[in-house]
Design a protein around this ligand. Structure first.
Ligand SMILES: NC(=O)c1ccc[n+]([C@@H]2O[C@H](COP(=O)([O-])OP(=O)(O)OC[C@H]3O[C@@H](n4cnc5c(N)ncnc54)[C@H](OP(=O)(O)O)[C@@H]3O)[C@@H](O)[C@H]2O)c1
Length: 326
């Protein structure tokens, strides 16, 4: 079968190669991959001296969707549509940039009725993080006011904008890509602001309270600025670190405005949480034009260049991979 392999045994090589179809182990599922998605983490895995990849050679792809070919779980007979993500898929173990993959049962989610493998990968890990972020904010309380979304043209950000709008909230998109304003409004943003506008009154301990909630995949100074500008009792769902892993903050937002820093992880999400996320995605996407969320569909041969674009921050929205395309 064809697969996109990252090999740093002797210098870094990222190529489409022919490899044997994987054999299914005990408590594993063999999946015919129909679609995979491109995520920021994939770009990190495919870098020289990657801090994320845990082996010199593997097939990339942190998520995929398709149908079960073989499993020993009676709840997953051949033909069941599934999504595969999480654990060390595409990080320490062969991932979704291939025509077939095997994965432990725990990383496999049967897709809810109405959600096709294509639409599941239009979401992918980015969409799961966006959905988990929205649910974390909704679980905290009513979102009465504007909800900030940072990194808004990226995978997590653009989907969060669409999900928030589809669920009746008022997303404000923050972006470093000024030309993307119309694109973000079309996805449901009520207004668009620049990256620099997230920082409010940096000379003061606290900024003006202005956000009923926030979805942040940027981290670093952006996350610190958001904490200073949340409304009383509001939360920020933090999932990413594209601007850096460090946060310099004070305790004032927490002890004077009762705000919450809500951690988001979908990679190690337990089965119950995965089920809830896919169910809520299917329910929300019923009212959304999913094809509009997919920016581009590529074959394995275009992956290397696309991962470069992702690192350079020039990719908008979701890019899907069809492993059968030549
Ligand atoms: N916790 C989890 O379970 C989970 C799951 C999925 C993803 N993530 C993390 O979430 C983050 C985003 O992932 P993604 O797949 O959405 O990535 P992505 O598609 O590359 O999007 C990231 C966006 O952030 C903005 N950005 C890029 N560099 C920036 C910088 N230096 N400063 C400020 N903003 C910058 C850009 O948007 P604008 O140009 O619009 O500003 C970019 O499109 C990553 O850190 C990823 O590892 C976490």
């Amino acid at each position: 079968m064809r697969a996109f392999q990252i090999d740093e045994s002797d210098g870094l090589h990222c190529d489409v190669v022919d490899v044997p179809t994987p054999a299914r182990g005990d408590d594993e599922v063999l999946v015919d991959v129909q679609w995979s998605g491109v995520n920021y983490k994939d770009a990190m895995v495919a870098e020289a001296h990657s801090r994320v990849r845990r082996t010199p050679r593997l097939i990339g792809g942190v998520d995929a969707a398709g149908v079960v070919v073989d499993s020993d779980d009676p709840d997953l007979p051949a033909g069941t549509p599934v999504a595969v993500h999480g654990g060390v898929l595409g990080v320490a173990r062969d991932g979704g940039f291939a025509e077939r993959l095997t994965a432990p049962r725990a990383w496999i989610s049967p897709l809810p009725a109405g959600l096709s493998p294509h639409d599941a990968m239009a979401m992918g890990t980015a969409g799961l993080a966006a959905m988990a972020s929205v649910l974390a904010l909704e679980d905290r309380g009513p979102l009465d006011g504007e909800v900030l979304v940072t990194g808004a043209t990226g995978g997590v950000g653009s989907i969060a904008v669409s999900l928030l709008a589809a669920r009746g909230h008022r997303p404000v998109a923050s972006t470093g890509s000024p030309a993307a304003g119309e694109w973000l409004l079309a996805r449901g943003a009520t207004r668009v602001i620049g990256r620099d506008e997230v920082a409010d009154r940096p000379d003061r301990v606290l900024g003006t309270p202005q956000w009923a909630g926030a979805v942040d995949c940027v981290g670093g100074a952006t996350l610190a600025s958001i904490l200073r500008s949340l409304n009383y009792g509001a939360g920020v769902a933090a999932s990413g670190l594209v601007a850096g892993p460090e946060i310099a903050t004070t305790v004032y937002p927490f002890i004077t405005r009762n705000v919450a820093l809500l951690g988001i992880d979908v990679v190690e999400a337990p089965a119950g949480m995965r089920k809830r996320l896919w169910h809520e995605l299917a329910r929300t996407l019923a009212t959304v034009d999913v094809t509009a969320l997919v920016e581009r569909t590529i074959g394995l041969g275009e992956l290397s260049a696309t991962l470069d674009d992702l690192r350079a921050g020039t990719v908008r929205g979701r890019v899907l991979v069809d492993p059968a395309a030549h």
